[in-house]
Design a protein around this ligand. Structure first.
Ligand code: DC
Length: 252
């Protein structure tokens, strides 16, 4: 059998709170949440969708929300140090995340006010600006509700930086995926074709900003299971996470 994530046709995740699902408005057992955190290129976006596929769960890469809002700020000429203006965009722009409709390297379709920005959110300008835009408390607060609102039954995997520490601290399974910065830079450079030394430098810089920001810094939750992915095949990591989830009573 080929278990599919639940219908994702209407994955409006921001800009319209009426579409949100919450723990309290769903009958039956609460959705099982897997908080999948870790630095860039630690394997979240390879492993997360595979675990979701295996378990029939919904998967959301929350980084796309921060990237889309950063893109919106850049294209509206909003300065990346203007947290209030970026937070306003986060509250008013309509973001939707759907399964991919094109085979051009995208993992998901990201629509911003109906416009396909799936590739634009991966541009170097967004890479450079996203840490600064996402460091503002007001921006993080504006994007918190849509992340929690994306949770749905029977289970959801939210991938990010602060899912286990801030967004869903009650998640029954928190996984911290990591790998050495050299290994992560090698993976990213192999994916994008960018120069390895440049990727390594940018990644060190982004790790530093994400890990030292005052608000919700990137760090493992105290009760997270840490998986160091250097030298591990994706299937091994998927197996480990599925086994952990089932051992904690996850349906699916
Ligand atoms: O996962 P990613 O590389 O696409 O994330 C882009 C940036 O967004 C990352 O540098 C930090 C920010 N981010 C965040 O602060 N919190 C999240 N939950 C997800 C991403």
């Amino acid at each position: 059998m080929d278990p599919r994530p639940v219908d994702r046709t209407h994955d409006r995740v921001a800009g319209d709170s009426s579409a949100a699902h919450t723990f309290t408005d769903v009958a039956g057992p609460p959705p099982f949440v897997i908080a999948l955190d870790g630095p860039a290129a630690s394997g979240k976006s390879t492993v997360g969708p595979a675990v979701a596929e295996r378990m029939g769960y919904f998967y959301l890469d929350t980084g796309v929300l921060y990237r889309a809002i950063t893109l919106a700020a850049i294209s509206h000429g909003v300065a990346l140090d203007d947290g209030e203006a970026i937070a306003h965009l986060a509250r008013t722009v309509c973001l939707e995340v759907h399964p991919p409709t094109r085979d051009d390297g995208r993992q998901v379709d990201v629509l911003m006010d109906g416009q396909d920005v799936s590739l634009e959110i991966r541009q170097p300008a967004v890479d450079r600006g996203v840490s600064a835009a996402s460091a503002h408390q007001s921006v993080r607060a504006a994007l918190g509700a849509p992340q929690r609102g994306a949770i749905r039954a029977p289970g959801t995997i939210l991938a990010g930086r602060d899912i286990g520490t801030v967004i869903v601290p009650e998640a029954p399974l928190k996984v911290w995926l990591t790998a050495s910065v050299e290994e992560r830079a090698r993976r990213r450079s192999a994916q994008t074709g960018e120069d390895l030394a440049a990727v390594l430098g940018a990644m060190r810089q982004r790790d530093h900003v994400d890990g030292t920001r005052a608000v919700a810094p990137m760090k493992p939750a105290v009760d997270a299971v840490e998986i160091v992915t250097d030298g591990l095949a994706p299937e091994q990591i998927v197996e480990e996470i599925v086994a952990l989830a089932r051992s904690r009573g996850a349906p699916g």
